[in-house]
Design a binder for this molecule. Structure first.
Ligand code: SAM
Ligand code: DTB
Ligand code: SF4
Length: 361
């Protein structure tokens, strides 16, 4: 039997952590599919329950009219996608949506705003939303664009757990997708988030017409962050009419699964999240993604402005796969907790609780 070549990260003398070069990552992508899946499963099982999934729900708290020109985005004011620009959502509507997400089984509530960067009065309003959502027992995440000095600290003080800010693609391909801000701008915001003690949620989009080398370049950027992000959303482009990428050639589904596997191998302890694009994936494809090491997904009938699979469809999928929802943090009380439990409202996870080491009931 032929022994498969298994790339390992190169270590360099000046770094404590191993550095992944784009060539290392290309070598992973080039592995026979079955070998790559096996390797990803080994890594996944060394760090996680392979049958557990984390659920995050999304809400667009400020939709459309964004001054940035991200070529994939329906919310950019540079493109006519038929989307009206809204004002910031009132606090009570945000809290109602968070309660509904929690009742549906979500553990984290992520609030997104179509801003280049939040203004001070916006940030104060979002900080109030973060505190209110956190007090429900949900984990909190926001994605608001670039942050200035002091803004990450303000969010941290309000109780923010995660900040989402994606690198989106490799530095080489980035200029073909966005011209209104630089890669370094993104890295600077990520550094501010990390410095403030907020967990980093950072990933990207595939299927934008980039090459495999450019996909590998994105993964190398993420995996070589010190530390790498706690949460890595992998989005498959949602092709929105009116955006410059509306007609791009869709990515081979196996290449998407490979991307998940490569993310899992290079970022062993990260939550690798199935993000945008699940609407066009069938159940078998999503099962392959879980096999490749995805252990988180956006859950809820909508993403920000586009559709996501219906919650009931996701519940059925997890049940059919015998998967369960990761125990909720902070004593949250989801009614749905996955396979074998879907019919029973749950008062708590029954698992050791991160807060205080006792059993969470
Ligand atoms: N304006 C903020 C920003 O760009 O950081 C936050 C919101 S923005 C919509 C969040 C992320 O959604 C983007 O970084 C991108 O990765 C993802 N996204 C937006 N449109 C998408 C699409 N059509 N398909 C897949 N992912 C998309
Ligand atoms: C992420 O990486 N994907 C989510 C979340 N982070 C904010 C957003 C996906 C948006 C898809 C297009 C839309 O619904 O507008
Ligand atoms: Fe604006 Fe974010 Fe969309 Fe870019 S991705 S246009 S920054 S909302």
């Amino acid at each position: 039997m032929q022994t498969a070549y298994i790339p390992v990260p190169q270590t360099t003398r000046n770094r404590a952590a191993p550095a992944w070069t784009p060539d290392d990552i290309l070598a992973l992508y080039a592995m026979p599919f079955m070998d790559l899946m096996h390797r990803a499963q080994q890594v996944h099982r060394a760090h996680f329950d392979p049958n557990a999934v984390q659920l995050s729900s999304l809400l667009s708290i400020k939709t459309g009219g964004c001054p940035e020109d991200c070529a994939y985005c329906p919310q950019s004011s540079h493109y006519d996608t038929g989307l009206d620009a809204d004002k910031l959502m009132p606090l009570d509507e945000v809290v109602a949506a968070a309660k509904a997400a929690q009742a549906g089984g979500a553990q984290r509530f992520c609030m997104g705003a179509a801003w280049r960067s939040p203004k001070p009065h916006h940030l104060e309003a979002v900080a109030r939303m973060v505190s209110a959502v956190k007090s429900l027992g949900l984990e909190t995440c926001v994605t608001l664009g670039m942050l200035r000095d002091g803004q990450a600290e303000q969010l941290k003080d309000a109780g923010l757990d995660y900040y989402n800010h994606n690198l989106d693609t490799s530095p080489e391909f980035y200029g073909k997708i966005i011209s209104t801000r630089t890669y370094q701008d993104r890295l600077d915001t990520l550094a501010r988030v990390r410095e403030a003690g907020i967990s980093v949620c950072c990933g990207g989009i595939v299927g934008m017409g980039e090459s495999r080398r450019e996909r590998a370049g994105l993964i190398a950027q993420l995996a070589n962050m010190e530390p790498y992000p706690e949460s890595v959303p992998i989005n498959n482009l949602v092709q929105v009419e009116g955006t410059p990428l509306a007609k791009v050639e869709p990515l081979d589904p196996f290449e998407f699964v490979r991307t998940i596997a490569v993310a899992r191998i290079t970022m062993p302890r990260a939550a690798v999240r199935l993000s945008a694009g699940r609407e066009t994936m069938d159940d078998a494809m999503q099962a392959l993604c879980f096999m490749a090491g995805a252990n988180s997904m956006f859950y809820g009938d909508a993403l920000l402005t586009t559709a996501n699979p219906q919650m009931q469809a996701d519940q059925r999928l997890l049940q059919r796969l015998g998967m369960h929802v990761e125990p909720a943090p902070h004593h949250a009380a989801p009614e749905f907790s996955g396979a074998g439990h879907a019919a029973q409202p749950q008062a708590g996870s029954g698992q050791p609780c991160a807060e205080g080491g006792t059993t969470c009931r």
